[in-house]
Design a protein around this ligand. Structure first.
Ligand code: SF4
Ligand code: SF4
Length: 165
């Protein structure tokens, strides 16, 4: 059984008041590519419903539906007739999941890779060779030192990378 957590609901509302505009029409779920690929198991409308109801245990503890599956493509935000800012709301939910160490390992490794290589998913030698064969230009990445300075200044390294080791 799910428990209503009013504090959590108010926190989401404070973070993004557009949550209260949702009238559960399901347009977001109907246009969501991840909902399509998962045969509706991933359902953005349901995440919004659970946030409105303050069901923190379902959203954060059980991750049902799993907010990490959102690809942040923003299609739902574009389609929503009520201008609900779904992905902003999902960010807060994912932050709460992260604080409880409930996050996919890939997100940590990608964050680490951004810090070390200034790119989330470094290109393999096979990809680089294939690009050369195809005559594609060399891939340019952002300067690593500048990225490191930025991530240190914003405490990303301290709070995120070191904080969860
Ligand atoms: S499209 Fe907008 S109003 Fe409709 S269910 Fe989704 S978030 Fe709610
Ligand atoms: S932003 Fe996320 S929830 Fe919205 S349509 Fe894209 S994958 Fe689906």
């Amino acid at each position: 059984m799910s428990v209503i957590n009013f504090e959590f609901r108010n926190e989401v509302l404070k973070h993004n008041a557009s949550l209260s505009y949702c009238y559960q029409c399901s347009t977001c779920s109907g246009g969501c590519p991840v909902a399509l690929l998962t045969s509706g198991k991933y359902n953005p409308r349901k995440i919004i419903e659970e946030a409105i109801l303050g069901l923190q245990d379902k959203l954060v503890e059980r991750q049902d539906p799993n907010p990490w599956l959102c690809s942040t493509c923003q299609k739902c935000v574009e389609l929503c007739p009520q201008k609900v800012e779904l992905t902003e709301i999902f960010t807060l939910i994912k932050n709460r999941c992260f604080e409880k160490n409930k996050y996919p390992e890939a997100f940590y490794s990608q964050g680490h890779s951004v810090f070390e290589n200034s790119i989330a998913i470094p290109y393999s030698n096979a990809i680089i060779t294939r690009r050369k064969t195809l005559g594609l230009p060399e891939i340019k990445t952002a300067p690593v030192d500048e990225i490191k300075t930025l991530l240190r200044t914003t405490n990303f390294e301290k709070n995120i990378l070191e904080g969860i080791k």
